[in-house]
Design a protein around this ligand. Structure first.
Ligand code: ASP
Length: 341
């Protein structure tokens, strides 16, 4: 190995050093427990639930499961849980995954009529030799494990959105923007200025008092998607990834672009190379731009990351992605993620 290769391997490039400085400057000390969630409006409420577990020195995996269930149970949420927007056939299909500090993981996709897919994902993780279960098989598994089959109906806001959508039946995902920095309330589904509904996900990552990392990610996916479409959210490495030696990351936004670059895994790998969480997220967004340069103005992708030191950060493709951070020092701090475009 020559000198240049050694330097590269050790990550001692100028960019690396600059990034390290940035990261050390932004967080003075280890701050755990800590929990972060995508989208401040729903994320702050979910963080507060997760905090109940974390402050009792509970495990991060329990905290994230409890936290994201708040969004799944929110019938007014446009984009998480059974109250979310349906696919183009009028059916709500849910995608969800969970990963713990031992790299154990479970996930469900294209799951219908089950209220808490994150709990089913956890059951897949703990009670099966598998990682991912989908569709009717996942539903059958859920029912066998005591989950209830919910009524096949849409929430009022989803019905309204679907009826509107049917007028044109146009499959066009709408970029997710928190309008002018206004915080959307968890019980109020988001509507864009053009009257269309947007999409999002709750991705939550946490470090507990023992220093262990876990994450959860759950969504009803892109509204009016093709039947059978699965996004990034239940894909380990795309919507969520945890490596307890390094850090955790989660994603929201246009799932296809996140899958294409194994987004959350990529963020964790950049942190492994020494990049700060924020810089690791930025580099993953840059990768998306490199691979999909054409329609980046018309879509949103946001990443969120946490490293082993309790340092956190996020980055988005376009303006409008925010997230919530809760720790002993930060009481659901709202962070407007930097963005490239
Ligand atoms: N990532 C989700 C999906 O593609 C949607 C979102 O987060 O906005 O299904």
């Amino acid at each position: 190995m020559n000198r240049r290769e050694v330097i590269k391997m050790l990550g001692l490039s100028g960019a690396f050093m600059a990034t390290r400085k940035l990261s050390l400057a932004s967080v003075a000390s280890k701050d755990n427990p800590i929990v972060l969630s995508t989208w401040y409006g729903q994320g702050s409420v979910a963080n507060s639930k997760a905090w109940e577990t974390l402050e009792q020195k509970g495990a991060a995996v329990d905290a994230v499961e409890q936290g994201v269930m708040i969004s799944e149970n929110d019938w007014g949420n446009c984009c998480v849980g059974l109250g979310g927007n349906p696919d183009r056939d009028g059916k709500v299909t849910l995608d969800s995954c969970i990963m713990n500090h031992k790299s154990e993981c479970g996930s469900v996709a294209f799951l219908e009529r089950i209220k808490n897919p994150i709990q089913v994902a956890r059951a897949v993780m703990e009670k099966t030799p598998h990682v991912l279960m989908v569709g009717t098989g996942a539903q059958q598994f859920a029912l066998e494990h005591g989950f209830k089959l919910e009524e096949d109906k849409l929430s009022n806001h989803a019905q309204e959105a679907y009826t509107n959508w049917l007028k044109k039946s146009e499959y066009k995902p709408i970029m997710n923007i928190e309008k002018g920095g206004v915080i959307h309330q968890p019980m109020v589904p988001k509507k864009l200025e053009n009257g269309k509904w947007n999409h999002d996900t709750i991705g939550m990552i946490a470090m507990d008092a023992q220093g262990n990392l876990s994450g959860a990610c759950t969504t009803s996916g892109m509204g009016f998607k093709m039947r059978g479409r699965v996004g990034d959210s239940p894909i380990i490495g795309a919507g969520l990834y945890v490596d307890n030696e390094v850090g955790a990351a989660t994603a929201t936004g246009q799932g296809e672009e996140v899958i294409r670059v194994s987004g959350s895994f990529l963020v964790v790998e950049f942190m492994r190379q020494g990049y700060s969480p924020e810089m690791a997220c930025r580099k993953a967004v840059e990768r998306i731009i490199k691979k999909t340069p054409n329609n980046i103005n018309e879509m949103q992708v946001g990443f969120l990351a946490l490293n082993k030191k309790g340092e956190y950060g996020g980055y988005a493709l376009n303006k409008g992605f925010d997230f919530a951070v809760k720790s002993n020092r930060l009481d659901n701090k709202k962070v407007d993620a930097k963005h490239i475009k």
